[in-house]
Design a protein around this ligand. Structure first.
Ligand code: ZN
Ligand code: FE
Ligand code: FE
Ligand code: ZN
Length: 268
């Protein structure tokens, strides 16, 4: 069973299309299971400083949950999961834990879009790359991914090498960082996703890089799939490539989630 677990909704302020349209798109692609995983509100900043083009307002979270439940109950041919994409922000994990444990999520993504408040994956702030030497930035990014895995807050790490989004690369792939990070994710018992969105950006590559995924597979890290759809037509996009990569690296199973319990099912 192939599930697309990374789907956004209009509420995040930068996605388009009604939730019903995402479900219809999934149906047309022959998917039997999907999960909505909208962005957590900007819980680490005071309300008046929150940018509503990054994520929903705090008041919208209960409505998001209700909408997903309403659609879940209505849908008989596609399983719909309640997911969430939660930013890992060191120093604010207590607040996040309260949000995550308050609602009956099927799975929670831990994603890193910010390093010390810098939205490195937002093209509006790309001048921030100039403040770093590439190797130091990669080290800091992957250290943060490792800490997100160790936090115990998440089921799946989202787009685990997002730092390459704008094709900001090292001369050689950081195999040592891949190795260390994969080992720590494996020890923490957290899953990762193969995320198709990298293909839509200058990186022109799935997240994570094959050399990283090989090491994740070696350390027994379970994998799931996500399109990171922000438009209905992106649901299930490039899943052929995602599956091909998973198989090539040696995965025989894929992870599905219900009420934060993981089950491994055979790859088609
Ligand atoms: Zn988004
Ligand atoms: Fe993300
Ligand atoms: Fe996303
Ligand atoms: Zn995402």
């Amino acid at each position: 069973m192939i599930a697309d677990y990374h789907i956004h909704t209009k509420r995040c302020g930068h996605a388009s299309g009604e939730m019903e349209e995402y479900i219809e798109a999934a149906r047309n692609k022959g998917l039997k299971e999907i999960g909505f995983s909208d962005h957590v509100y900007v819980y680490w900043l005071p309300k008046e400083e929150r940018d509503l083009s990054i994520a929903m307002a705090e008041e919208e979270l209960p409505e998001y949950i209700n909408d997903v439940f309403r659609l879940k109950e209505k849908s008989s041919d596609i399983i719909i999961r309640l997911g969430f994409e939660a930013d890992y922000i060191p120093g604010h994990t207590g607040t996040l834990k309260k949000i995550i444990t308050k609602y009956p999520f099927d799975y929670v993504y831990g994603s890193i879009h910010f390093l010390d408040g810098w939205a490195f994956d937002n093209s509006r702030y790309s001048e921030g790359y100039k403040d770093w030497s590439p190797r130091k930035l990669y080290e800091y990014y992957f250290k943060t991914v490792q800490n997100s895995a160790k936090s115990g807050l998440f089921d799946i790490l989202g787009h685990p090498d997002l730092i390459k989004k704008f094709d900001y690369r090292l001369e050689k792939p950081p195999l040592d960082l891949y190795e260390e990070t994969a080992r720590i994710i494996g020890e923490a018992g957290v899953g990762i996703e193969i995320n198709a969105a990298g293909l839509r950006y200058p990186a022109k590559e799935l997240y994570p890089a094959e050399e990283f995924l090989i090491r994740c597979h070696h350390y027994g890290v379970p994998v799931s799939l996500g399109s990171d759809a922000h438009k209905p037509e992106q649901v299930g996009s490039s899943f052929d490539q995602c599956l091909e990569l998973a198989r090539r690296v040696g995965y025989k199973q894929i992870a599905v989630y219900e009420q934060r319990r993981r089950k491994l099912v055979p790859l088609p």
